[in-house]
Every structure is written in structure tokens, then in C-alpha cells.
Design a protein around this ligand. Structure first.
Ligand code: HEC
Length: 477
């Protein structure tokens, strides 16, 4: 016992680390910070989980295009706790993205980024993009069909940038096409380069938190004025400051523990994302989609008109970065309380709703044909023999239904044709089917004249019951 004490004393005398840690953990913070302040530390804990599970996974992973897929299968099915670790790494990533998002929203809504904490917001924005970059590079390491195609799509998008585009695509793929070199490059970025950057920027981020102090909860009617801020803050801390540990930090501990338990539980219950088929560049019938946290952006690209894709790909991320970086420059003083900043709250609501809508669309996938569409029933068609029935049959057999809905059955890629008879004449229909259109194949060589006729007869019979009524009454006048 005595020896241990003497060792500790000797260590302390030479390093001063214990006192430093004690001072740091007990440094005074504003009172009543409350539960809104837990998301930053929870993000850090999620990142720590990523580091630990990531190191564990890397001990069995092989970053070679010939072996990566088998290595993942080995980790998933045979390695000790491999399935749980992969699951934790996946849900940890999800938690990190989610927590970064909530943390940023909270900081923005409560005006914590205002003077003197502008630079901390900037480092936070950098961390947001580094986190997303981790997600993107990590997905390729799965090296299955879906992962590989998502990266091809990503590189193709990067390649559209003027001037630097081709260079950037070449850099991403580590060559002209995707292959073993791409995997090595993504691996190096995912396990060395980006994490090193994250560690460094997190260090700065935390140093700034210590340097400027934790922001006091906003009070309506008390705007931030750089001339008086420090004086006021110091007075507040002097008068009613509480030690960070345990008065404020107990909430962080409780919430972080809940996050860890949730990640382990989700990993144990649902496991990691299923591995798709092994990558096969000649197999086009895959359905590349990024993991959920980038899915909404993917939906945005799929939904906008074709000619808009390039500008959106180029401008949207740029506008995002610029807007985020400009926030603390244009509004670093003034009111902090959300009650007196309706524009700030409104902006958050609009952005969250936009992402949620895109996300729902990404799951519904209206842009991709629905190959599971069943033939239309006789009840919908109105008869089971004659040209109507033959046309309805062709509508299914020729694949029209993969893209077009009639009476609620079929895909969403093309317009709903339930009442197309109201919109288009037989001639319009014929021209449309023969020539196809934007995102619709031309059927001129694919239909016999009598088949075309049956289809046109069937489609022109699809009218809204009330519309027919309308014509009937006006005709009777
Ligand atoms: C790959 C998906 C796809 C397939 C398969 C497809 N279409 Fe289309 N179709 C579309 C899209 C997308 C549009 C809208 C394009 C546009 O406005 O130029 C469209 C437009 C139409 C229109 C015009 C609708 C309107 O309201 O203006 C008709 C009619 C039509 N398709 C009929 C058919 C028929 C009949 C078939 C099968 C022989 C078929 N389509 C197969 C995607 C498809």
C-alpha cells in the first residue's frame, strides 16, 4: 500500500498529471446547463466506440480486392464476436452521424456558436464532414456489390466537376477504374488519414471548449455583446458556477452510458448490415444505395430533373459548406434564445423537413422500376377477354407496369396512367409508346401493330369515372 502511494506521489511530482486532470474535471461551469448539453460528449463516446471496434475489425480485415469479401464473411460468421463487432461499428457510425446532427442543431438553435465560440463552430463543421467521409469510405470496405457500385456512382459524380473533376475521380478510384488500388486507398483513408484528422480536430474542439468555457444557457432578452461578454460570463461563473464533475457531468455519464447500451443492444439484436453479393462489375442489376445517413442526398440526385444533376452535385455540397461556415460570421452577436430568433428556428424546421421528405422518397424509390408488379386484375381491367384484357396483359408483359401505375398497382418511375384516357388521345398514346420519352424506352421495334393497338385501346379506356360523367352532362346540354 505504502509502496503504491509512494509510486503515485513520485509520478505526480514529476508529471503533475493528476492535479491537471482533477482541475480539468472540477473546473467551474455555468449552473443549470441541463440535458441539452449532453450530445457533444455522446458524440465523442460514439467516436471512441468506432475507434475500438474499428481496431478490432482491422485485425481480421484484408484490404485486397481478392480477399476483402471473404475476410468480411469470416468476420461475420466465424470470428470471435465478429458479428457483434461489425454490428457495433455499423450502429456506432449511425449513432455518430445522428448525434453530430443533434449536437449541431442544439448549438445552432441555442446560439452557442456566437461570440466568443465562432471558431469552435467552424471546427465542428469540419468534424461533420470528416464524419460523413468516414461513412462513405467505410461503406466501400464491405466490398460487396452495393458498396462497389455506390463508390462508382460517387466517383462519377465527382468527375463531373469542371477542371478538377477528372483528377478528383482519378484520385478517388486510385486509377481509371475501380479495383484493388481503390480498396487500398479507401482503407488507408478510413483507418489512418481521416481518423488522424478527426483526433486532431477533436483536440482543438475540446481545447476551445475549455478555453472559452461551456456556454451558459441562453436567456431571452440578454443578447451577446463582445464588449461585455467576458465580464458577464466571469461574473456568472464566480457567483454561481458549479464544478463540471459531478454537478454537470453526471448527465453526460448517464446519457453516454445509454448510447453505449443502445449501440450494443442494436448490434446484438439486428446485427450488421447483410453482405450483398460479391462485387461483379459486369452485373448491372444491382441497386446501389448509400447507408441511411446519406440516402436522402441520393434521393435528391435521383429526383431532380436530369439536366439539373450536374449543377446540384457541384453546388449543393459547396453551398452547404459555405452556409455552415458563414453562420458564425454573419450572426456572432445579438440574441441567443430561440424564442427571439424565429428565422433560425424556421431554418432548422425547413431543413429537417426537407431531409425527412427526401428520406421517405429514398425508401419509396419512385425512380427505379418496380420489377415485382403483378398483372392487373380483371376487376381493374373491367373484363377478362377482348382487346381491353389483351392490352392489360401486354401492359404487364411488356414491362410498362414496372414504371407506370394503374389503379394503385405498378411502379412509380413514370406517370400514373390510371386516367390517361382523359389526358391523351389514341394518336398521342401511339406516338408516346412508339417513341418512348425521357426515361422511357421506345417500343417501336418491340410491339407488333396489333399489340400496339390493343395497348392503345386499353389505355384510352382508362378514364376518371367523374370526368366521363362531366362530359356526359355537358354533352347533354
Ligand atoms: C423504364 C420505365 C418505363 C417503362 C418500362 C415504360 N414507361 Fe411509359 N413513361 C415513363 C416515363 C418516365 C414517362 C414520362 C416521360 C416523359 O414525360 O417524357 C412515361 C410516359 C408515358 C406516357 C405518357 C403519360 C402522360 O401522362 O403523359 C404513356 C402513355 C406511357 N408512358 C405508356 C407506356 C407504355 C404503354 C409502356 C409499355 C409498353 C411504357 N410506358 C413503359 C417510363 C416508362
Amino acid at each position: 500500500m505504502n509502496l503504491i502511494h509512494r509510486l503515485i506521489d513520485a509520478f505526480e511530482e514529476r508529471t503533475g498529471l493528476l492535479k491537471l486532470m482533477g482541475d480539468l474535471s472540477r473546473h467551474p461551469v455555468p449552473p443549470d446547463t441541463g440535458w441539452w448539453y449532453v450530445f457533444g460528449s455522446a458524440t465523442l463516446v460514439a467516436f471512441m466506440i468506432q475507434v475500438v471496434t474499428g481496431i478490432a475489425l482491422s485485425t481480421s480485415y484484408i484490404s485486397s480486392s481478392g480477399d476483402a469479401y471473404q475476410a468480411l464473411q469470416f468476420i461475420t460468421t466465424r470470428a470471435l464476436m465478429g458479428n457483434l463487432l461489425r454490428g457495433m461499428h455499423y450502429f456506432g457510425a449511425s449513432a455518430m452521424v445522428l448525434l453530430v446532427g443533434i449536437h449541431m442543431t442544439q448549438v445552432f438553435v441555442m446560439g452557442c456558436y456566437k461570440y466568443p465560440r465562432e471558431f469552435n463552430w467552424v471546427t465542428g463543421v469540419v468534424l461533420l464532414f470528416l464524419t460523413l467521409a468516414m461513412g462513405f469510405t467505410g461503406q466501400l470496405l464491405r466490398w460487396d456489390q452495393n458498396a462497389v457500385w455506390s463508390v462508382v456512382v460517387g466517383a462519377e459524380q465527382a468527375g463531373r466537376m469542371p477542371i478538377v473533376g477528372p483528377m478528383l475521380a482519378h484520385f478517388l478510384l486510385a486509377g481509371k477504374t475501380l479495383g484493388g488500388a481503390t480498396l487500398s486507398r479507401f482503407f488507408a483513408f478510413h483507418v489512418f488519414f481521416i481518423p488522424a484528422l478527426i483526433f486532431a480536430v477533436v483536440g482543438i474542439h475540446l481545447y476551445l471548449v475549455m478555453h472559452d468555457g461551456i456556454s451558459e444557457p441562453p436567456v431571452a432578452g440578454e443578447p451577446v455583446d463582445p464588449a461585455t461578454y467576458h465580464k458577464k460570463y466571469d461574473e456568472l461563473i464566480e457567483k454561481s458556477g458549479v464544478p463540471f464533475w459531478p454537478d454537470a457531468a453526471w448527465r453526460d455519464v448517464v446519457f453516454c452510458l445509454a448510447v453505449v447500451i443502445a449501440i450494443v443492444a442494436l448490434a446484438a439484436i439486428f446485427g450488421p448490415p447483410k453482405l450483398g453479393n460479391p462485387p461483379n462489375p459486369s452485373l448491372l442489376a444491382s441497386d446501389p444505395a448509400p447507408d441511411w445517413y446519406l440516402l436522402w442526398y441520393f434521393a435528391l440526385l435521383a429526383l431532380i430533373p436530369h439536366e439539373m444533376t450536374t449543377p446540384v452535385i457541384l453546388l449543393a455540397p459547396l453551398v452547404g459548406v459555405i452556409v455552415l461556415l458563414i453562420v458564425p460570421i454573419v450572426s456572432n452577436t445579438g440574441e441567443r434564445h430561440p424564442r427571439n430568433r424565429p428565422w433560425a428556428v424556421g431554418a432548422v424546421v425547413v431543413i429537417v423537413m426537407m431531409i425527412a421528405t427526401l428520406w421517405v422518397e429514398a425508401i419509396r424509390k419512385p425512380w427505379s422500376p418496380d420489377f415485382t408488379a403483378q398483372p392487373l386484375s380483371a376487376r381493374v381491367v373491367g373484363s377478362d377477354t377482348g382487346p381491353f384484357a389483351d392490352g392489360a396483359m401486354l401492359f404487364h408483359e411488356k414491362g410498362c407496369e414496372y414504371c407506370h401505375q394503374i389503379a394503385g398497382s405498378g411502379g412509380h418511375r413514370g406517370p400514373d396512367l390510371s386516367f390517361v384516357g382523359d389526358r391523351l388521345t389514341k394518336a398521342d398514346l401511339t406516338i408516346r409508346i412508339m417513341n418512348g420519352g425521357y426515361n422511357m424506352p421506345a417500343y417501336a421495334g418491340n410491339l407488333k401493330p396489333e399489340q400496339l393497338e390493343d395497348l392503345v385501346i386499353f389505355l384510352s379506356s382508362r378514364k376518371h369515372p367523374l370526368a366521363t360523367l362531366g362530359t356526359a352532362t355537358s354533352g347533354g346540354k
